[in-house]
Structure formats: C-alpha cells, structure tokens
Design a protein around this ligand. Sequence first.
Ligand SMILES: NC(=O)c1ccc[n+]([C@@H]2O[C@H](COP(=O)([O-])OP(=O)(O)OC[C@H]3O[C@@H](n4cnc5c(N)ncnc54)[C@H](O)[C@@H]3O)[C@@H](O)[C@H]2O)c1
Length: 363
Amino acid sequence: MKKAWKVAVVGCGGFARGQYLPNIRSEANADIVAVVDPIEETAKKVCEDFNVPVYYTNVDDLIANCDFGIAIDAAIIQEHYEINMKLLKAGKHVISQKTAAPTVEKLTEQIEMAKKMNVKFVCVPIHPMRYDLNLAKQWIKDGVIGDAYFAKCNMSHGGPEYFQYRDVNPIWFYEDGAGALIDMGVHGLQIVTTIFGPAKKVACMAKITCPARMVRSGSFDGKVIQTDKIPDQYVITLDFGDNKMAVVDTGFSQKASKTPALEIYGDLGTICFTEGYMTNPIPEVYVDNPEKGIRGWMKPMPGVKIPKKLKSQCCCLADMVDAIEKDRDPVLSAEHARHVLEIICKIPEAIKSGTTVELETTF
Ligand SMILES: NC(=O)c1ccc[n+]([C@@H]2O[C@H](COP(=O)([O-])OP(=O)(O)OC[C@H]3O[C@@H](n4cnc5c(N)ncnc54)[C@H](O)[C@@H]3O)[C@@H](O)[C@H]2O)c1
C-alpha cells in the first residue's frame, strides 16, 4: 500500500465542511493533516469534528510548520490568489476553489508558478468531470442530436444568504472580488465551454435586483445585509463561432425555478438536464429521426462508453492524486478556468458598452 497523500484544507467554511472534509479520506488514498482558518474557533471545531491533528490561523504558518503535499483552497474568493501563490511557490499541489484569481494575468501567474515548481494545479468547479455532461458530450460527438448549435444554461439560486447554511456572515459574497457572476456565473460558463469549447465573443445585461437581503439561517439569521454594490442577476450570451451560441442565466435572484439547469439543442434533437448532477443522472433526450419517421423524448441507457460516476465534490482530489501518480494533466484544467475568467472579466465591459466583446484566451 502506497503512503497516503497528506492534504491540508485552507478555509473551514460551509463548502469545506460539507464537501471536502467528509470525503477526502474516502475519495483518494489521502489523509487530512491540517486545516487553516483565520477564525480560530472555526478551525478548532473542524479539527474536533473531522479528527484533524492540527490547525493554523494563516497559510504562512501552515507552510512553515506542516508536512503536506496537497492543499485544497476553500477560503473566501477574495483570498484565493494570495493563498494559491503561496502554496504553489512552496511546491505544493493545489486544488483551488473558484475563482482562483481576480484577473487573467493573476491566474496566468499561478499557472506559470505551478509549471516552474512542477506541481499540479487544479481549478474547480468540477463540471468537466460530471457523469451526465460526459454522457451528453459523447452523444453529441456520436451525432445523436445532429449538429449541436445552441445551449441554454440556468445557473441561479436565491442567494447564499437564502440558499445555503453558514455560520459566518455571507456579506462577502456581495462585496468586490465576489458577487453572483464570480460565484455562480463561473459554473454556467464552465458548463457551456465544456460543451462547445472556447467562446469567441461575449455580450451581457445585468441588474441589481435586490439591494438589501435578509440572512435566513446560521449565526446571522435575521440580519439584513446591503447587497447594492454588484449586479445579482445576469443574462450572458456567448458566440462560439460558426452556428454555435449559448445563453447563461446566472445570479442570486431566483428563489426557486423549474427551468432545466441545461438544455443543448441540435438540428436532430435536444438534451435536457433536470436532475441534480451529483446524483449522476442520465439526461433526457429528444430525438428526431426523419429517415425512420420517428421523433420523441427518451431516457436513454448509458451506452457503450460509460463515464465515471461522481462520489462527491471532492472527486477533484481523486483526479489530482491520479494525475500526480501517472504524471498526466488533471481533468480540471487551469487553462479552461482562465478562459472562463476572461469571460467574467470582460462582462462588465460588455455591460457598460452594450456591445459584444471579443475573447482572446483558449484552452
Ligand atoms: N458548488 C460549489 O462549487 C461551491 C458552493 C459553495 C461555495 N463554493 C466556494 O467555496 C469557497 C468557500 O465558500 P463557502 O461557501 O465555504 O464560504 P464560507 O463563508 O462558508 O467559508 C469561507 C471560510 O473561509 C475562511 N477564510 C477567510 N479568509 C481566509 C484566509 N485568508 N485563509 C483561510 N481561510 C479564510 C473564513 O473564515 C470562512 O470560514 C468559495 O470559493 C466559494 O466560491 C463552491
């Protein structure tokens, strides 16, 4: 049996507690050796709850004092760049929560540092690893819906203060460096670029729909927070060249929705995603077969090439460990994340000018 990978988790909030800490030991041959959070009680409580031997209140102390090989950065978005750079410079393999940097240049710095230090750098979300999305990609490749040319992605919820439980103040989601586009839009943009590849142009409209919101759970339940600095609802349109385009509707302003999370349209059909992707669902497919004179919805069987099912959002760790051990590229590429980040960074310009903005990066 190989020695287990030593993993440190930086940021002990809702996502780390819910998704990483409970799954690290079962997703890979890995152990949690330390956690970091500036709120000492939070870090201490996580150590107790998840049987972690040691905590630190900053990443510098972690790097100076702890023996570990892989770090998962699950801190608040505004801190990712600094945390990731410190970890990469120290020669650690890094899984970064989204978004890894505030600008394309700062993500490039991380990509270059990872190369220089010969370590793997994984940027989530995990959509390119999804079972349902990989099934759909295979069907598209095999021509099941003909020429796939349009995708509609609904990536919204009612806001982190409404939709998610946490004990820290959720106000940071509405402050500079975060916001609905960076927190939620990143999912939709990663999904549609997973299907169609790099986009060529972006246009967008956005609004601040709710300038104040009430926190609905956790320690700050009932507190009213000002949410009037950054738009909280976006309609993004993307041009992929030729006949391909996508719409991503994303934000914190949909308390509930029955819209499919994703539909992909082609000249011979539609693929429709209605179920939670972590349950590894099989999407519904509408097929039009003019030669046979038959058309209709179906729930297909997976077929011959069956993608891997996901166990948890910590699947990125399993992929990271496999990528290190086999010296291959991880599935969740930082170059893909950089393209998504470029779209995010150009959206304010597209909104302000009311025009379509060209994109330069690719993956
Ligand atoms: N489905 C998803 O992919 C998904 C869902 C929710 C959150 N997230 C991401 O997970 C990350 C954390 O979100 P969350 O919901 O857990 O937020 P949270 O507010 O619940 O927790 C964030 C934690 O980070 C800590 N922190 C702040 N600065 C830090 C620093 N410098 N070093 C270490 N820790 C620091 C805070 O004290 C807090 O405990 C974000 O990047 C967010 O975008 C992803």
